[in-house]
Design a protein around this ligand. Structure first.
Ligand code: HEM
Length: 140
């Protein structure tokens, strides 16, 4: 489970970066919001939801959850343990909520620029949150 979560993260990050960069280009160059743009955003939504499920599954099996339950004070006092047991899971859930909001908001927009802008804001913010709370030292 941990390995799947670790590898799936590459797909999530790659797609999220592609969606944001593509939306920034679309917005700046006043492009038409085509089917391709919709599909990139949708794949990112699906892939991040799968990561949420894998992450939740692993979390409740992991030593981090057990440590938090048994020894909450010590976990909170330790920077690495706090990142794994609390900060990373909470921040990733918030990021995936932002992606979901961005997806449903863009559907209600009628103008192409507004659709791109919604992706830039919500998917972009999610990307920043994810990058800020990935346990980089463990990953590489
Ligand atoms: C966009 C969503 C997410 C991304 C991109 C992501 C990415 C990552 C990465 C790159 C790692 C390091 C993996 C490694 O050590 O090789 C990791 C670890 C971890 N993630 Fe996530 N994650 C996401 C969501 C979640 C969620 C929603 C949870 C739980 C609710 C979660 C729980 C964990 C835990 C517990 C670890 C520590 C693994 C260990 O035992 O070392 N993740 N995550």
């Amino acid at each position: 489970m941990k390995d799947i979560h670790s590898y799936w993260a590459y797909i999530v990050l790659a797609l999220l970066i592609i969606t944001v960069v593509n939306a920034v280009i679309g917005l700046k160059q006043k492009k038409e919001f085509k089917d391709k743009n919709l599909r990139i955003g949708l794949f990112t939504l699906i892939v991040s939801h799968i990561q949420l499920l894998i992450g939740l599954g692993w979390y409740f099996m992991s030593p981090w959850y057990k440590a938090l339950k048994d020894n909450g004070g010590e976990v909170m006092a330790d920077k690495t343990a706090r990142l794994m047991a609390v900060e990373h899971p909470i921040m990733m859930i918030i990021a995936i909520v932002l992606i979901t909001i961005g997806w449903s908001k863009h559907k209600k927009k009628t103008e192409d620029a507004a659709k791109f802008k919604t992706f830039v804001i919500f998917y972009g913010l999610a990307l920043v949150l994810i990058l800020s709370r990935i346990p980089w030292n463990n990953w590489f």
